[in-house]
Write a protein that binds this ligand. Structure first.
Ligand code: AGP
Length: 614
């Protein structure tokens, strides 16, 4: 998820674009850049690191006083965060500059095609190919709008592209597919932005763009077509948010915004995972097939929410690959003298990629000869840098300290790893893997369905503002969900909350049950041997002792109704994938209860987004 700004008008483009990027810095902050068109030439400045680094460069050496420009703050997906990979990118003749948000799935084949024509690429990004392709088009004699149309017809994946042509000043052209872009309508000036925060200080009149559309802005005109040149009438709207709300897409908290971004984050984490031959491809993984075939054990190490993702991974990897999996708290791992050797794959799960416990644990594992694979959301951070292989999640920057979309995209990465190992080891047939991939690709819609039930979950949460203790129960893959749900409530509402394996209750914790104690129960799908029946038994045990049961159960499961004081419906999904939908109500519950208690949801007390001390 990156920040994009475009401008045409009477103001100095560099100033408008940089101000806009500053409003969007929460969308990505590992590099930034600006390009302007002046006297028939491009002027480009870009730097790795935070926007402040670029501002220092511009303070020393401002761009020419141009009035047409584009800019970008990057959240790296392809290529580490460095100056060369920072956007804007240009074509070989430095006539076209272009910025991009998203993932161009077929960039490799497109790049091979034009590299053969002696095109030299300066970066490792997927974006640069688009700059070259657009430039080739304008060099053939078509205008920037037609050039963009023709290029978008060749691209697969999710993208927002914004470009300028040095020989066509006063015009910015953009395209969007499955990636955000809005138009700001000014007086004698117009704006483009990844969201309204980019231009809200200049105008609150905006245009919403639809799928597969191209927009051209000049100082006085905005025209919209589809990818094939047919005119389109965009939807106009008035922005009634203030700047702070605009950065959160109108939500009160970044966390709430990130909860509602989860369908897109899961979809983005699945992009490009199927090869042209239908086989699963994890090309950034860099583990050779024979290394995977030789694996005799997998140890997952992580902390907090990421540890619970690892617990779900254990169920999936062992079920689909028959490879033994241990899941370890990173802070405990190296002190227990673990049995690790060169047939062990250590999987380090970390949203930030900077967690000290996890970093120290992988260093220990490597010293014992293990291969290390990182599952991480932050390109170029320490943990993937020190690992032998990596699977990046594509959640975009997660600002809220409490992890939500980071967790869901970790689950997706773990499922993909399990399926990939199964494919290489041959423990699952291709059509089985294909079926599960299809189920995963349907998950964004299922997550959306749960999110439509948010208001009833908020009402339930607000009814518990006086609660001082909550239990969470789950079985099988629902057990890590119970633990994660309890952690969310602890870290946001500062309420004692504890997750249990439902089968463990009768071995002691059931003594905690008393009249009115809220117990959130993650009910597994029906049809899985005794799992569902045993969970119902546990729910009856606590309810018989006075607990207030809040049950999360799949649609159509009527057996749960007599035992649920409150019932939250989940879409019908396979048991191993149920965590992707079951955690959503628990995230919403914790977020709303903390809000009702007046807590700072984005920055809870005593916590940090990345724990860089052991
Ligand atoms: C989760 O909501 C917490 N913020 C915390 O448990 C976090 O998951 C843990 O610190 C691990 O962080 P990481 O994924 O960045 O390594």
């Amino acid at each position: 998820m990156c920040g994009i700004v475009g401008y045409v008008g009477p103001q100095r483009a560099q100033d408008v674009v940089v101000d806009g990027l500053r409003r969007l810095e929460y969308r990505g902050y590992d590099s930034a850049g600006v390009a302007v068109v002046h006297d028939g030439v491009l002027a480009v400045a870009k730097r790795s690191g935070k926007l402040a680094n670029l501002e220092k460069v511009l303070a020393d050496k401002p761009l020419p006083p141009a009035t047409t420009g584009i800019g970008h703050t990057r959240w790296a997906t392809h290529g580490p965060p460095n100056d060369a990979n920072a956007h804007p990118h240009t074509g070989g003749a430095r006539r076209v500059a272009l910025v991009h948000n998203g993932i161009i799935e077929n960039y490799a084949e497109l790049r091979d095609r034009i590299e053969a024509d002696d095109h030299v690429f300066l970066s490792e990004t997927d974006t640069e190919i688009a700059a070259h392709l657009v430039e080739l088009q304008v060099q053939s004699g078509v205008d920037l709008q037609v050039a963009m149309q023709r290029v978008c017809q060749q691209l697969d994946g999710a993208f927002t592209l914004v470009a300028v042509d040095a020989e066509d000043p006063g015009r910015v052209v953009a395209a969007r597919r499955n990636s955000p872009l809005v138009v700001g309508l000014g007086e004698g000036e117009n704006f483009l932005g990844s969201d309204v925060a980019a231009f809200i200080e200049h105008t609150r009149e905006a245009l919403e763009l639809g799928q597969d559309q191209i927009v051209t802005i000049t100082a006085d005109e905005v025209t919209v077509t589809d990818f094939w040149g047919s005119p389109v009438e965009p939807t106009r709207f008035h922005v009634d948010w203030d700047l702070s709300a605009a950065e959160k897409d109108g939500h009160d908290w970044f966390m709430r915004k990130e909860i509602f971004e989860q369908p897109r984050a899961v979809a983005d984490s699945l992009i490009g995972r199927r090869g042209v031959n239908g086989l699963l491809q994890l090309d950034e993984m860099r583990l050779a097939d024979e290394e995977i075939r030789d694996l005799d054990k997998i140890i997952v190490i992580a902390c907090g929410t990421s540890f619970y993702a690892g617990m779900v991974a254990k169920y999936a990897i062992e079920h689909w690959t028959r490879t033994p999996v241990e899941v370890e708290l990173a802070s405990e791992f190296r002190y227990r003298d673990p049995i690790v050797d060169n047939t062990t794959l250590v999987v380090a799960i970390s949203q930030s990629g900077e967690t000290a416990d996890t970093l120290q644990a992988i260093r220990h594992a490597k010293s014992q000869g293990a291969k290390v694979l990182a599952i991480c959301n932050t390109n170029g951070s320490s943990i993937p840098r020190e690992s032998d292989a990596v699977i990046y999640t594509h959640a975009g920057p997660e600002i809220g300290v409490a992890s939500t979309k980071g967790f869901l995209t970790q689950l997706v990465a773990c499922y993909l790893l399990a399926l990939y190992v199964a494919q290489v080891k041959g423990t699952r047939y291709g059509d089985e893997i294909d079926e599960i991939m299809g189920q995963l690709e349907a998950m964004p819609d299922h997550i959306d369905t749960v999110l439509t039930r948010a208001d009833s979950i908020y009402e339930l949460a607000r009814a518990h503002v006086a609660t001082r203790s909550v239990l969470f129960l789950g079985r099988h893959a629902g057990y890590p969900v119970a633990l994660e749900g309890a952690l969310k409530l602890k870290e946001l509402a500062y309420i004692h909350a504890e997750g249990f394996a439902a089968g463990e209750l009768k071995h002691g914790p059931i003594a905690l049950i008393e009249e009115g104690l809220p117990v959130l129960c993650v009910v597994p799908p029906r049809g899985r041997d005794q799992l569902h029946a045993k969970m119902l038994g546990g729910i009856q045990e606590v309810r018989a002792r006075g607990a207030r049961t809040i049950c999360l159960a799949e649609e159509g499961d009527h057996t749960i109704e007599p035992y649920a004081d409150d019932l939250i419906r989940l879409p019908q999904v396979p048991v191993l994938l149920q965590p992707l939908v079951a955690i959503i109500p628990l995230q919403l519950f914790a977020c709303e209860l903390a809000t009702a208690l007046g807590h700072d949801v984005d920055q809870p007390r005593n916590l940090a987004k990345s724990v860089t001390v052991e």
